[in-house]
Structures are given as C-alpha cells and as structure tokens.
Design a protein around this ligand. Structure first.
Ligand code: NAD
Length: 261
C-alpha cells in the first residue's frame, strides 16, 4: 500500500517535465495519491496536459496566483470535485531576469514587489483559500532555496523572497496546527529547471555545488518528490514549520574542502 493512499493532493507550479512539481506529482502518484495539477497560463497547457494524463490525473486547472479570483476559482473547483483536500504543494517562484544578476542594491521597487507577490504571498493566499477544505492530518509544502539564509550571488531578490517564504511557512504552521494541518518547506539544491535558468551564473553554481556538497551529487526532482512524500505522509506526523534540506548536505559546509587539492 502506498504512503499516500486515500489522500488527495493539489500541486501548483507544473511547467514541464523538468519542474520540481513534476518530481512531486510522479512520486505522489506512485504512492497512491489522487493528484490534481495547476499551471499558469495557456502557453503551458500544451506541456502540462500530457504529463497529467500520463499519471491518470484529470483535474488540470489554470491558476495565475497573482490573481485572487483565480485562487478562489480553483479552490471552488477543488471543493466541488474532491470535497476535502489533504495536500497542497506550492512549487512556484518568479522574479524578472533583470533582478537575478549583478548587485542586489539594483533591485527595483516593482521587481521586489513582483517577486514577493508571486513567490511568497501566493503561498499565504493559497493557504487561506484551502484552509477550510483541508482534512486533519493534511500537509502544505513550499519550495525554498538556501539563498534565503546565505548569500548566493545573483540570486538577489529571490533570496529575500525565500527568507520571507520560510518565515511564512512557520507562521502558517502555527495557524494551521490546531486543525491538524502541517506546513513545511523543502530547501532543494540547484536543479536545472526553467526557473533556475533565469538566475545568472546558474551553470557554474550547479557544478560548484556538486564539488562542495558532502555527497558530491546534484539533486534531482525525484529526490524532492520523495521528500515531499515523507512530509505529506503520516511518517512526518509531528513535524511542522520546518525547512527540510534536500541538498546532498551542501548547507552544512562552511568552506570548500581543499585538503585533496
Ligand atoms: P519551474 O520553472 O519548473 O517552476 C516554477 C513554476 O512557477 C512554473 O510552473 C511557473 O509557471 C510557476 N509560476 C510563475 N509565475 C506564476 C504565477 N503567476 N501563477 C502561477 N504559477 C506561476 O522551476 P522549479 O525550479 O521547478 O521551481 C519550483 C519551485 O522550486 C520554485 O519556488 C523555485 O524557487 C523552487 N526551487 C528551485 C530550485 C532549482 O534549483 N530549480 C532550488 C530550490 C528551490
């Protein structure tokens, strides 16, 4: 029997087969969950629909999380279709490319607001919309990156957004704890996705990561999917408000190991 048998999960942020959301969707399907998928914009529909179909998912809904009416609409559709929901995955982030290079002090006011709105506030808005639908024992998960606590050149406003996302995760864990719903963040190491391609110097950072991480391996969407299974299942029943690292140990290192050079 799968670890998520009998549970219904809604996954936000599927763009293509490289998306972290796809790693999560596949792992959830493998573990017996009923999966619903949300994507942003007509352009992605063509990519998302065949992926959804391949895991037997027929709840595939568009939702631009910058629009309150879209969030309300998808919550209403989910209520109509599933009644209650057990798992919400927020795998969404966005900042203008211009903000993801050069000095952080060049961040524009508009770019700051946009990154915070799409990458952080949307998690709060989704939590509010789905809170009445959540079954006790349910879980919400956001996707973060270590640039929230340590400076990652070029990551800039996304680092600040991830700090706010992690903090929002803790506040939401406090809010939803009394109804038996847990809220955690997964902090993944760099993965080659559409979102990551927007960060200047990502390729070099990806390579350096593998060299420095204790496990000397890059992280895959399958790794994140498996961690999401753990954090959504009863195996993590007493864990909430945490940032769970899936990063081959990178975050424990202070400096690169030069002893073998
Ligand atoms: P991705 O590009 O596949 O996913 C990002 C998703 O955000 C896309 O599906 C995109 O459509 C969606 N999105 C953007 N604006 C939206 C809006 N207005 N409404 C709804 N959705 C919107 O890239 P990914 O790397 O899988 O990113 C998923 C999450 O994982 C993000 O929060 C990202 O910051 C985080 N993350 C990524 C990495 C990495 O290295 N790839 C590492 C750690 C954390």
């Amino acid at each position: 029997m799968g670890l998520l048998e009998g549970k219904t999960a809604l996954i936000f942020g599927l763009a293509n087969k490289n998306s972290i959301a796809w790693g999560v969707a596949q792992a959830f399907h493998r573990e017996g969950a009923t999966v619903g998928i949300s994507y942003a914009g007509e352009i992605l529909k063509r990519r998302v629909e065949p992926l959804a179909e391949s895991i037997g998912c027929d709840f595939v809904e568009e939702c631009d999380v910058s629009k309150d009416e879209d969030i309300e609409a998808i919550a209403a559709k989910a209520a109509e279709r599933f009644g209650k929901v057990d798992i919400i995955i927020h795998s969404i982030g966005f900042a203008n490319r211009d903000e993801l290079k050069g000095p952080f002090y060049n961040t524009s006011r508009e770019g700051f607001h946009l990154a915070m709105d799409i990458s952080v506030y949307s998690f709060v808005a989704l939590a509010r919309a789905f809170q009445p639908l959540m079954n006790p024992g349910g879980a919400m998960i956001s996707m973060t990156y270590h640039g929230s606590v340590k400076v990652t050149p070029n990551y800039n406003v996304m680092g600040v957004a991830k700090a706010a996302l992690e903090s929002s995760t803790r506040y939401l864990a406090h809010d939803l704890g009394p109804q038996g719903v847990r809220v955690n963040a997964i902090s993944a190491g760099p993965i080659r996705t559409l979102a990551a391609a927007g960060v200047s110097g990502f390729k070099a950072m990806y390579k350096a990561f593998e060299e420095m991480a204790p496990l000397h391996e890059n992280v895959t969407i399958e790794d994140v999917g498996n961690a999401a299974v753990f954090l959504s299942s009863n195996l993590s029943a007493r864990t909430t408000g945490e940032v769970f690292y899936v990063d081959a140990g990178y975050n424990i290192m202070g400096v690169p190991d030069t002893s073998k050079d």
